[in-house]
Design a protein around this ligand. Structure first.
Ligand code: SF4
Length: 270
């Protein structure tokens, strides 16, 4: 499969992720590198299919080992699968940047082999961009739930923004629709990033301002489970207060898969 076939599959697979804005980071062009980031935000718009069109918005892989009931990329679905190499993602980003197609990269991923294995690929991608190609443009990268703290540290000093999607607004819903994910695997990295950012503010972190300068975000899916809007908003408020999130995004549940635990399209419409 060539890189453009992969791009077709992995750009399409990323379209369900809403958390893709690009403001809040001021990164200067240094050492005659390529690009920069502006604190006022990179201008971007949304395509009709929900894709952000000024960031290269892709998955590293859609060959997921998990089987979240609501997800197009779950392992039990029969869909075309593809996986980039870190260098392919870095090369695409640089080539698209030089052609003025994009102003940055939004990189998410399904989980391949293990959370740490997947995170290592994301770290390698960001490292090639920053350290080899001297790319100073905006990078937003997903953190893989359940990955090690050491890998969060490595990725955090390379990218502008990190995000971990909570997706489901309660532990019961998580157990029902994403049984291979654990609440702790999601909340622990979010708390760790938040604590490191707090230490940064007090000038007590070893990373100073280099660690995730545009902060962290998350995404909650609305409509797949019975939680009320009030419960979802209270959860968001709690996260804004305790984790100092830059933003909570809400994605509307899209009925893609058939599963007895999911609402049917008819029940959503009528
Ligand atoms: S881990 Fe992510 S990509 Fe994999 S099935 Fe769950 S939601 Fe989809």
């Amino acid at each position: 499969m060539d890189i453009f076939d992969k791009l077709k599959i992995l750009a399409d697979s990323a379209k369900y992720d809403a958390s893709c804005s690009s403001s809040g980071s001021d990164r200067k062009n240094t050492n005659n590198g390529i690009g920069n980031g502006h604190v006022s935000g990179i201008c971007h718009s949304w395509g009709a299919d929900g894709r952000c069109i000024s960031l290269l918005k892709i998955l590293f892989t859609n060959a997921c080992m998990y089987d979240c009931k609501y997800c197009i990329n779950r392992c039990s679905n029969s869909v075309p699968r593809a996986t980039f190499t870190p260098r392919e993602v870095a090369d695409l980003t640089i080539h698209f940047y030089k052609r003025n197609y994009i102003e940055g990269l939004f990189l998410s991923s399904a989980v391949i082999k293990s959370p740490d294995y997947t995170m290592e690929r994301l770290v390698e991608t960001a490292s090639i961009l920053r350290n080899e190609y001297h790319f100073n443009g905006y990078i937003h990268c997903k953190t893989i739930p359940g990955c090690s703290q050491e890998l969060i540290d490595k990725l955090g000093v390379l990218v502008d923004r990190m995000s971990i999607n909570i997706e489901l607004p309660s532990n019961d819903s998580l157990k029902l629709l994403a049984p291979q994910k654990e609440k702790d695997g999601i909340l622990k990295p979010m708390t760790y990033i938040s604590n490191t950012l707090k230490l940064n503010k007090m000038n007590k972190s070893k990373y100073k301002k280099k660690f995730v300068p545009a902060g962290q975000t998350t995404q909650l899916m609305v409509g797949a489970t019975p939680e009320t809007d009030l419960k979802i908003l209270k959860l968001s408020e709690g996260m804004y207060k305790s984790l100092k999130l830059k933003r909570v995004y809400y994605s509307a549940y899209v009925s893609i898969n058939n599963d007895k635990n999911l609402p049917t399209l008819e029940s959503l419409l009528f």
